[in-house]
Every structure is written in structure tokens, then in C-alpha cells.
Design a binder for this molecule. Structure first.
Ligand code: ZN
Length: 532
């Protein structure tokens, strides 16, 4: 199951008008109709004072998680490949009522996991209507609500918030201020108020108070300036903070969750020690351990269901797109500290499909079947996502990307044709045969050219394109074979995509993937260690 993004959820009419559905509009869950609208009604509902008074957001997460575990349902549906590693640690952190941090490289679903925590909140929660920090009806923090409560008593109006409105996310940058995060006060009013603590002051609330009774996520925590980290710590520890020299008391009820790159986080001096100390659990994320997991994630995330020509994506295309990420992660020319995001194979697949669509539409075909040449055409989805080491910079992003694609093709080829005898095909080229096949080659032209190569078309069946399959699939599979032979240097291919005889026979295999790295990965795979 795919988890809807928060942005999608907010589009629902229900989420947009949590407390006052307009007349004639969808009013959201039927249940709301019978939900209490005053404090008096609330007292007599399942949201009684006894239940609500001391039930913080972390208790709520814990209770709902326990219920979900007991029912045997998936705790984080749509999070693939973390069942034995990240998920058990997350569960323990939540059951322990910890603030926690996810440590991982780019594109390891950290934000996605944090966003999915909302699923562990109550669907609807009551708060004092009109309160900016959505005060608990039984224990308001702000002066407005305290006064309202003493004036109105059980007649105080209650509003309801949906769980998707209880998640606030902030990307940390060095210029984030206390005012952004916690709030600002009007110094003149503060001075007039004198002795009183801030719940009584004119505070312009920042993001953190606005996420009161919810989840507040800070991404890239180490990028937050030291004094802001201290402010954050004070709020977590004591519920006190200083704003412009005035002491402010804000005993907020917030589940704080963070994400960071592991190297930044562990670097000395990046995180103030008391804050680090208050983060109960550090959980390491990782890239998919197997090609199959990677393919599953990419299939879930990539935009593949489109209007236009009917689309068929052969399995070897998915595998090759995924292998690119795996190869790049092992390539010594690619920076290990920043990693290779899972968004790389996702973008590659989307671009590959688009190139196949373009070809299909231009030749008037109703079927689009991607080819390996479409992967080479997807270079723009690759180069920008690789942070290169010096050695890679020297070679240039294009060259490195092309070599990685080639290594990926070689891997995929071996999975399908590792044991297939291709001598006849190689021989055809050795005897002077040539064939041009670009990503723009029309299906019938390409097929006519490929038919000349003895022994080729009878082998496409192994790649799922046997007799009776549409010509678009057959040409794609045949090209896959030629690309595989080329990746192994058994045949040649020019810049203009003319397949020829292999001129200078070299040893096969991707040379840039260091053997130690590969051995290390194998070791990690066996021991189920993170793949950072
Ligand atoms: Zn309030």
C-alpha cells in the first residue's frame, strides 16, 4: 500500500476545515457530527478529563502502536526493506516514549518514515477552539485559554484536529532563528507585564509551539545553529526558554523527531551535548540490501501510471535502473559520505519511460516499451544525483555515469544470459556485421536490422520477449542482449550507436567497482548491517 503524502492528505476537504466544516460541504467523518462541541460534552465523552489530562502525545503514539502491534497489522505500510532493521528500532523508540533521530544518507526514506508517524496518532483530537497552540481542553498553556476556561467553564467551545494536521516539519538551516522555531515576543508588552512569565505575554508563536500536541520533525539537525539547539534543549528539558532575554515558560507537549546525515551528526561540535543526550534513540537507516527490495521501492515511488500509449516495462529495465544505484554506491569515484539516493533509480525509471513514450507517440505506436538505450538517454536523471570524488570529477560526470550504466547493464545481462551461449551472435559481428540501433530507431526498421543477426532473436525469450510478443518488446530484448555483450566488451559500439565487432578485447567486468567494497557489501548483506 502506498502512503499518501501529507500534501495530498491536506487536500481533502476534511483536513482543510478541521474545526468548522462549512454548510453544504463535505463534513468529513460522520463521527464528527456526534463529537462534543463544548467542554461539558467532552467531559462525558470518551475524551474524559481522566483520560486526557496526562495523556501526552508520546503516550498517544505508544498506545496506538501497541494496539496496532496487537492487531498484527503492518506498523509502517509502504516502508520497504526495513522490516528487520529500522522498523524494530523505531517501534522500541516509540514504546519508550523517546525523542529520536534517524541517521542516514540521502534518499533513505527518512522523511517518509517521520511523516508516516502521524498514522499512530488518534484520528481526531479535541482542543480549545480558536487556540493557536491547540491547547488541551483540560490543561491549557496559553493565557487566552486559561481566561476563557475560567469565564466559560463547561460552555467553552471545543474544536477537533485531524491527525494529519498534527505534523510539522522543518528543514534546519544555519539561518533558522529562535523566532522561527519557538517564537517572538513584543518587548514593550513584556516589560509592562514585568514579573509574569510568558504564557501571559504577547507571543508570536513559532513552529514548535504550533506543533503542540503533535509531532515536530527537524531534518538535517546538525545544520541548526548552536544557540538554537540550546533553545530546543531547554524546551525539551524544562519547558522554559529565553526569548530576547525574557524568560518564557512553555511546557509544550511535542514528540520531537529528527533526521541527519550520520557523519555530520557524529562530527565533534556539530550537536550540543545536552541536546544529543536528550535524544533517546539513534536509528540508522540504510539503502535497500537487495536489488529486489530496490525494485519494489522504485516501483512504488516512480510515476509509471500515465495516460498516453500503453506502457510495458520489462523486468530487465527495472533491474538495470536499480543496478545503476547499486553500482554507483559501490563506485569509488562516487562520494560515499553523501551517498546515492533512492531517488536516482526512481528518476531514471521515470525518464526511461518518458523516452519510450516519446518514441511510441512519434512513430504512432500504441505500445511503449523502454529499451536500454532509453537508460542512456536518461543521463540527466543520473549526473545531478552523483556527488563525485576528485577522481570522478577529472573524468567528468557524463563519462562516469555512462560507465556506471554499462556496469549495471553487464550485471543485469548476467542475471538473464549468464549461461547462454552467445558465440553465434558475437561471430556475426566479428565477420563484419554492423547494425545501427538508437533510441529513435523505429520498431519495424530496428527489427528488420536485427533479424539479420543469426542466433539473436531466438534468445529474446529468456528476457520475456518470446515469439508472439509485440515487436516493441522483442526489439527491446534484442537490444538488451547487444548492450550486454557490449558491456562485456564482446562486441563494440560507436558513439553513434552502431554495434560492430569488438576491436580490442579486454577483460570483462566493471573495473571501477573495488573488490574490497564489494566484499564489504557482501559481508553486510550476510550480517544484515546497515549499508551506509
Ligand atoms: Zn490556548
Amino acid at each position: 500500500m502506498r502512503i499518501p503524502l501529507p500534501s495530498e492528505l491536506r487536500r481533502s476537504p476534511w483536513a482543510a476545515h478541521p474545526d468548522k466544516p462549512k454548510a453544504g460541504q463535505a463534513k468529513g467523518p460522520e463521527a464528527l457530527m456526534s463529537h462534543p462541541h463544548t467542554l461539558g460534552e467532552l467531559r462525558n465523552s470518551s475524551f474524559s478529563e481522566q483520560r486526557m489530562l496526562r495523556r501526552g502525545v508520546k503516550d498517544e503514539l505508544r498506545e496506538n502502536l501497541l494496539a496496532r502491534l496487537a492487531s498484527g497489522g503492518a506498523v509502517f505500510p509502504g516502508i520497504v526493506g526495513y522490516d528487520d532493521t529500522v522498523v524494530p528500532q523505531l517501534i522500541n523508540a516509540i514504546l519508550s516514549r523517546h525523542n529520536f533521530i534517524l541517521l542516514g544518507l540521502r534518499g533513505q526514506a527518512k522523511s517518509r518514515i517521520l511523516r508516516s508517524l502521524t498514522m499512530l496518532l488518534d484520528e481526531l483530537s479535541p482542543y480549545i477552539a480558536g487556540c493557536e497552540i491547540r491547547d488541551n481542553p483540560y490543561a491549557p498553556l496559553c493565557r487566552r485559554c486559561k481566561e476563557l476556561l475560567s469565564r466559560e467553564g463547561d460552555r467553552t467551545h471545543i474544536a477537533w484536529m485531524h491527525r494529519d494536521e498534527r505534523y510539522v516539519e522543518k528543514l534546519a538551516t544555519p539561518d533558522v532563528t529562535i523566532a522561527d522555531l519557538i517564537g517572538d515576543i513584543d518587548p514593550i508588552n513584556a516589560a509592562r507585564g514585568g514579573h509574569e512569565l510568558a504564557s501571559e505575554l504577547v507571543i508570536h508563536y513559532g513552529l514548535l509551539p504550533r506543533s503542540n500536541r503533535g509531532i515536530f520533525a527537524i531534518n538535517e539537525l546538525p545544520d541548526l545553529a548552536g544557540k538554537i539547539q540550546v533553545g530546543l534543549f531547554n524546551i525539551m528539558q524544562e519547558g522554559d526558554v529565553q526569548i530576547k532575554g525574557f524568560p518564557v515558560r512553555l511546557p509544550l507537549d511535542v514528540a520531537l523527531v529528527f533526521s541527519a546525515n550520520p557523519e555530520d551528526y557524529t562530527a565533534r561540535g556539530k550537536i550540543v551535548t545536552p541536546l544529543k543526550d536528550r535524544i533517546g534513540s539513534e536509528i540508522r537507516t540504510h539503502y535497500p540490501a537487495t536489488i529486489e527490495e530496490g525494485i519494489a521501492i522504485t516501483a512504488q515511488e516512480a510515476w509509471c501510471e500515465r495516460t498516453g500509449p500503453k506502457l510495458f516495462v520489462p523486468e530487465y529495465i527495472r533491474e538495470t535502473a536499480e543496478q545503476i544505484a547499486f553500482m554507483a554506491r559501490m563506485d569509488k569515484r562516487v562520494d560515499k559520505r553523501s551517498g546515492v539516493s533512492q531517488r536516482l533509480p526512481i528518476s531514471v525509471l521515470e525518464n526511461v519511460i518518458s523516452n519510450a513514450e516519446r518514441r511510441a507517440v512519434q512513430e504512432g505506436s500504441r505500445l511503449a516499451v523502454p529499451r536500454i538505450s532509453d537508460i542512456y538517454a536518461a543521463m540527466p536523471a543520473i549526473t545531478g544525483k552523483l556527488e563525485l570524488e576528485y577522481e570522478g570529477e577529472l573524468k567528468g560526470a557524463d563519462t562516469v555515469a555512462r560507465e556506471i550504466i554499462q556496469a549495471a547493464v553487464a550485471r543485469s545481462f548476467d542475471r538473464y544470459f549468464g549461461t547462454t551461449d552467445m558465440k553465434q551472435v558475437v561471430q556475426w559481428f566479428d565477420l563484419g556485421g554492423q547494425v545501427t540501433l538508437t533510441d529513435n530507431t523505429r520498431t519495424h526498421e530496428g527489427l528488420k536490422a536485427l533479424e539479420k543477426i543469426q542466433g539473436l532473436l531466438e534468445k529474446t525469450e529468456k528476457a520475456g520477449a518470446g515469439e508472439g510478443e509485440p515487436p516493441e518488446s522483442i526489439i527491446s530484448a534484442a537490444e538488451f542482449i547487444l548492450e550486454g555483450l557490449h558491456a562485456h566488451k564482446r562486441i563494440g559500439r560507436t558513439e553513434e550507436r552502431v554495434f560492430t565487432s569488438g576491436e580490442k578485447p579486454r577483460k570483462s567486468g566493471p573495473e571501477e567497482i573495488s573488490e574490497e567494497l564489494e566484499a564489504e557489501w557482501e559481508q553486510r548483506r550476510r550480517n544484515r548491517l546497515p549499508f551506509n
